[in-house]
Design a protein around this ligand. Structure first.
Ligand code: C2E
Ligand code: MG
Ligand code: MG
Length: 624
């Protein structure tokens, strides 16, 4: 046919047209084939990713029905992928979290990817904690279904729960700590108001504990505290709470009392039980209890009100010689307020007259033992009572705006003293000063501007300044943390692990440094869980790209427990006690410290949290 066509010149164009059309079809055929092959390759790539992904992945249609599931889903749920196809995705999810999970699917079907925490029942009946990411599947600009990616979060959740448990319990006695107690008190009062019932709060402060602790040693002191805790627990019902607030202070919460008499009976038993001798290491010791009782009335709104009353009553019991209880009455107020007002006035004067001092404790690189910075710690030599540790006067300053003045004094003074070392070439390039800030000061509106002023005034390089804030103060204002960082200042979370720490919150907060509280280090020998927790915190910090400073390392054994600290930093008596600025030049010139061998003979240890005569403790800061 071709020959015939070509033999007739008239039909030549027809032949060419036909040929062109055939070539066109042929080329398209080749192209389509190539496209198909490329598509097939892509499909296989996708399939490999889908099948081999370590996370469980489920593809759903727009009604939430499973279209496909990868083998990891079977591992997680114990159900073969084929059984799941055609079933609602919700069948995989634990019932109590259905609503939340359904909302997440709806959000994804609306075109918005999102991640939530949910739970999936496992073959043996246990519930797995899952991080669920819902991804919209978009075809031609329409959402036709979703991919559900299920990531096992059990390890992380366990770690969070462990940390939370640690944050809410006292490591020595395992009793609830101040934070948990404050929470229980708040709820008890709310319930009391609702049901018209009374709540009683008993504050217990031990008498003559300190001399035993000093004479027989801390281990004996700890043993005694554990024994007293066990006795206190026998006084209350299951619904009630016994907490250790710190040191030798305890609190008892009686959830429902019919009358004051019931609270008095409990206090009488406490006084009697505590005064019974305690035998530690074959030696008999006797301590006493000063108990302050406060009973709520239906008008009691604020926990602080009850706490204050119990505190005032306890102080009165103490003033009368201890080993007794006192019930709160308004007449007791005068005595208490006189005391703290006097101390507050004296502290105000001391700040104005520049009578406070700073001591500096080295912060050391854990592998090279190089000194990288110092933490400024305030000291006050009281005209009558002698040298005081911050625990004796900071809480009083925190009750008023005085704390901001104290913080400003410390910052100004610290920057000047360290700047002098910089000017003399004694402080290295990266050497930094770490300063503690109180939550109350941090909350003030002009706080960031103030820091900036002080830096300008003292000509202190912001890169050399680290500000230590606590978990609770930082939580309130993420923006402020950002503004501080914008100044060039580093921000550290102090005493990490003692507040209500949530790991996800840390992620948002964007601080630079975590200071692991010394209570974790103290319990390293006695409590194997502590090692695991400190390691976990280190791993977490690494994930969040945070630096870590582990506080309170006192001896070689604790250091050995923490041998694999990696690139973090340490602080503690083993590397140096707090010293005045005048002792810093020789320490810094040596650059490194040998653990246990301070270069300068350490200052005599200040008297431990010197109790002021006539007053067992300073007023407390409560519920955050
Ligand atoms: P912090 O910020 O956690 O400071 C560390 C505390 O642990 C210091 O107690 C330090 O002397 C002590 N320490 C360091 N290494 C060891 C160790 O190996 N073993 C033991 N047992 N303790 C160690 P300090 O000076 O009594 O301060 C207590 C707290 O008072 C500080 O805890 C901080 O929260 C507050 N504070 C101190 N100075 C200031 C200040 O200038 N401003 C504010 N707002 N608070 C301050
Ligand atoms: Mg600190
Ligand atoms: Mg600390």
């Amino acid at each position: 046919m071709w020959v015939q066509l070509l033999q007739h010149p008239a039909s030549f164009p027809v032949a060419c047209g036909l040929l062109g059309a055939m070539l066109f079809v042929w080329r398209n055929y080749l192209l389509v084939g190539e496209g198909r092959r490329a598509l097939e390759l892509k499909r296989q790539e996708h399939e490999s990713l889908f099948k081999r992904h370590v996370d469980a992945i489920v593809a759903l249609d727009s009604h939430g029905i499973v279209e496909r599931a990868n083998p990891a889903v079977t591992e997680l749920t114990g159900r073969p992928a084929a059984d799941l196809v055609g079933a609602p995705f919700m069948d995989l999810i634990a019932v109590p979290v259905h609503v939340r999970t359904a909302q997440a699917l709806q959000t994804a079907l609306g075109g918005k990817q999102n991640t939530i925490e949910t739970q999936v029942p496992q073959p043996m009946g246990a519930l797995a904690d899952i991080e669920l990411t819902s991804v919209p599947i978009v075809v031609n600009r329409n959402v036709v279904g979703t991919f559900e990616i299920l990531r096992d979060a059990t390890a992380r959740k366990t770690m969070e729960r462990e940390l939370e448990n640690r944050a809410l319990h006292d490591y020595l006695t395992r009793l609830p700590n101040r934070a948990l107690f404050a929470d229980r008190l708040k709820h008890a009062l709310r319930r009391g108001r609702r049901d018209g019932e009374y709540v009683a709060l008993l504050y217990v402060d031990l008498d003559r504990f300190k001399p035993i602790n000093d004479r027989a040693g801390h281990a004996a002191g700890d043993e005694l505290l554990r024994e007293i805790s066990a006795r206190l627990r026998t006084v209350v019902r299951d619904a009630d709470t016994v907490a250790r607030l710190g040191g030798d202070e305890f609190a008892v919460l009686l959830e429902t009392v019919d009358s004051e008499t019931q609270a008095i009976t409990a206090a009488e038993r406490i006084v009697a039980l505590v005064r019974a001798p305690v035998v530690v290491d074959g030696e008999e010791h006797q301590v006493g209890a000063s108990v302050g009782i406060a009973v709520s009335s239906p008008e009691t709104e604020q926990p602080e009100q009850l706490v204050h009353q119990a505190d005032v009553a306890m102080y009165d019991a103490k003033r009368r010689g201890g080993f007794q209880y006192r019930l709160y009455s308004p007449e007791l107020e005068q005595v208490s307020s006189d005391w703290s007002l006097k101390l507050e006035a004296q502290l105000r004067r001391a700040i104005e007259k520049n009578e406070l001092d700073l001591q500096y404790q080295p912060i050391v690189n854990s592998s090279t033992h190089e000194i990288v910075g110092v933490e400024a710690l305030v000291r006050w030599t009281h005209p009558e009572h002698g040298p005081l540790l911050p625990a004796s006067f900071i809480p009083i300053a925190e009750e008023s705006s005085l704390i901001a003045e104290l913080d400003r004094w410390v910052l100004d003074h610290g920057c000047r003293e360290i700047q002098r070392l910089v000017d003399f070439g004694i402080a290295d390039e990266g050497f930094f000063l770490s300063v503690n800030l109180s939550a109350r000061h941090f909350d003030e509106p002009d706080f960031v501007a103030e820091i900036s002023d002080i830096l300008l005034r003292t000509k202190f390089d912001p890169d050399r300044l680290q500000l230590e804030i606590t978990e609770s103060s930082a939580g309130g204002d993420i923006e402020k943390v950002r503004m501080l960082k914008a100044l060039g200042v580093k921000v550290a979370i102090d005493d990490f692990g003692t507040g209500f720490s949530s790991l996800s919150y840390l992620r948002d907060l964007d601080v630079d440094v975590l200071k692991v509280d010394k209570s974790f280090v103290f319990s390293l020998g006695a409590d194997p869980a502590s090692v695991a927790i400190v390691r976990t915190i280190l791993t977490l910090a690494e994930m969040l790209e945070l630096e870590v400073i582990v506080e309170g390392i006192e001896d070689e054994t604790q250091l050995r427990h923490l041998e694999d600290l990696g690139g973090s930093f340490v602080q503690g008596y083993l590397f140096g006690r707090p010293v005045p600025a005048s002792s810093l030049p020789p320490i810094l010139s040596a650059r490194t410290v040998i653990p246990g061998k301070a270069i300068v003979a350490p200052q005599p240890a200040p008297p431990e949290a010197t109790d002021l005569p006539g007053r067992p403790d300073s007023p407390r800061k409560w519920v955050s």
